[in-house]
Design a protein around this ligand. Structure first.
Ligand code: AMP
Ligand code: ZN
Length: 461
């Protein structure tokens, strides 16, 4: 079955087949590790993980590279302001290295809690200074870059199609439309490849241009080429990266080796909070920990993210999370019911569900549609182990742990003991004791419901 992905570069859905070895080579722009990753950042990471899982579901292998930006990303994407790492180090009274290590660890912890598979290669900008300098030298040698008293700039006028990804047309831009910091820049869209360090700058390296440090974009061109070659299959990131970071990566690679580094460019849309932007000043920046601290399992957020296509905005609300929590329970419950069912379900029916699911995920990762099929399977009136196995197969992509045991397993010891005591009381038909234990559980914050399948215990939120 064809896989089709929307390609930001060509602005259409295209059939995806890996360039070579049945292996999809993917590069994802990773975090700038100067602060906590938000649930917005995690939305982008979930999209990338679903992408990898869908490619694997289709029988291909993956080589996934993700960079860690630990130098060079300035406060403004337009080469202005302080380095984000240095600003954070100053504010938190730590060294840039300590800041980077601390936030990198937290980032990967969030990925793990969301069942996001680790990249095959994680590469830090500060470990690749040599490769970056090499790349800048090539651009100078090829006539695509020039030196000023403060930096080495890429000369966008040397390319006949700068703006190919975002549709910027240089001829339409008035000179100086952007704030100019360096009067020596030849064109407003020229961007810094390498920046000469002021006297007291904390992060700097020796280079042919004196003590200096990299611009933000060169790291991805240099590391992408090192680990995936001059042209690989897919480049991913958040939608905000299209007009600057990715446009500039393309420019750099064209200048160095005449090629656009990736065939497919895929971008995830933003997560909104109550219909608006997530920002520190509005006090509405949420982390995965905030969701967990309200008593939700991290995978609730993963399921929540499937309610919108990755190319559409997704609006975060606590009501949405509550409803995702119920859905996650319903999904696992549905799995269990099928697992213990003995109904005869025709293979055609199972194959038909599988095909519809497969079509949905292969159609540019249409997770809302795929979830529709999942619910059809869950709700199917005949209960069969074949459908449980099908849900388990879907979980290769969903990563929601459909076969996870009931929450009871994760309850505190004291609560588990009360549940056990209540089960015993009920077996002995000691209803007074059973009621007393139910009240005690309630007081301790747990709701007890007796169903035909047994006792259901839930934390009161
Ligand atoms: P930042 O830490 O703000 O530079 O974000 C890192 C990356 O995460 C960005 O380049 C975006 O691609 C992505 N990102 C940031 N905020 C959001 C959001 N609200 N929704 C989805 N992705 C986001
Ligand atoms: Zn990048």
């Amino acid at each position: 079955m064809d896989i089709k992905f929307y390609n930001t570069l060509t602005k259409q859905k295209e059939v995806f087949v890996p360039i070579s070895d049945n292996t999809a080579r993917i590069y994802s722009c990773g975090p700038t590790v100067y602060k906590n990753a938000t649930i917005g950042n995690m939305r982008t990471n979930i999209f990338q993980d679903v992408l990898k899982r869908v490619i694997k579901y289709n029988g291909y292998k993956i080589k996934h590279v993700m960079n860690i930006t630990d130098v060079g990303h300035l406060v403004s994407d337009a080469d202005e302001g302080e380095d984000k790492m240095l600003k954070s180090a100053r504010e938190e009274h730590k060294s840039p290295l300590e800041i980077a290590e601390y936030y990198t660890k937290l980032f990967f912890n969030d990925l793990e809690r969301l069942n996001i598979e680790m990249p095959d290669v994680v590469c830090k900008a500060t470990d690749h200074i040599k490769e970056m300098i090499e790349f800048v030298k090539e651009l100078l040698d090829n006539g695509y870059a020039y030196e000023t008293s403060t930096a080495i700039y890429f000369d966008v006028s040397k390319l006949d199609d700068y703006g190919i990804l975002s549709g910027i047309n240089l001829r339409d831009q008035k000179a100086g439309a952007r704030v100019e910091v360096d009067k020596e820049k030849k064109n407003p869209y020229d961007f810094a490849l390498w920046i000469k360090a002021p006297e007291n700058h904390l992060m700097k390296w020796d280079s042919p241009w004196g003590p200096s440090y990299p611009g933000w974009h060169i790291e991805c061109s240099a590391m992408g080429r090192k680990y995936l070659g001059e042209q690989f299959d897919i480049h991913t990131g958040g939608i905000d990266l299209i007009p600057t970071h990715h446009e500039n990566e393309i420019a750099q690679s064209k200048g160095a080796c005449g090629k656009i580094p990736a065939r497919f460019w895929m971008h995830g849309e933003y997560l909104l909070i109550n219909g608006g932007k997530m920002s520190k000043s509005l006090g509405n920046v949420y982390l995965l920990d905030d969701i967990i601290n309200r008593g939700y399992e991290p995978l609730t957020y993963r399921l929540f993210s499937y309610s919108s296509h990755y190319r559409n905005k997704l609006n975060f609300t606590w009501e949405g999370i509550e409803s995702a929590a119920k859905s996650l329970e319903r999904l696992r419950d549905g799995y269990r019911k099928h697992l213990s069912g003995n109904d005869d379900v025709d293979d055609d029916i199972v194959n038909n569900f599988e095909e519809k699911f497969h079509e949905a995920i292969n159609d540019d990762l249409n997770m809302p549609l795929a979830m529709g099929i999942v619910w059809e399977v869950v709700r199917y009136d005949k209960k069969s182990i074949k459908l449980a196995e099908l849900l388990k197969k879907f979980d290769i992509v969903l990563a929601l742990e459909v076969d996870k045991e009931k929450e009871e397993e994760n309850l505190p010891k004291e609560i588990l003991e009360l549940i056990e005591a209540r089960k015993k009381a009920r077996e002995e038909k000691n209803w007074a004791e059973s009621d007393r234990l139910r009240d005690e559980l309630q007081e301790k914050g747990y709701n007890v419901k007796d169903t035909k399948d047994g006792m259901n215990v839930e934390k009161i939120r």
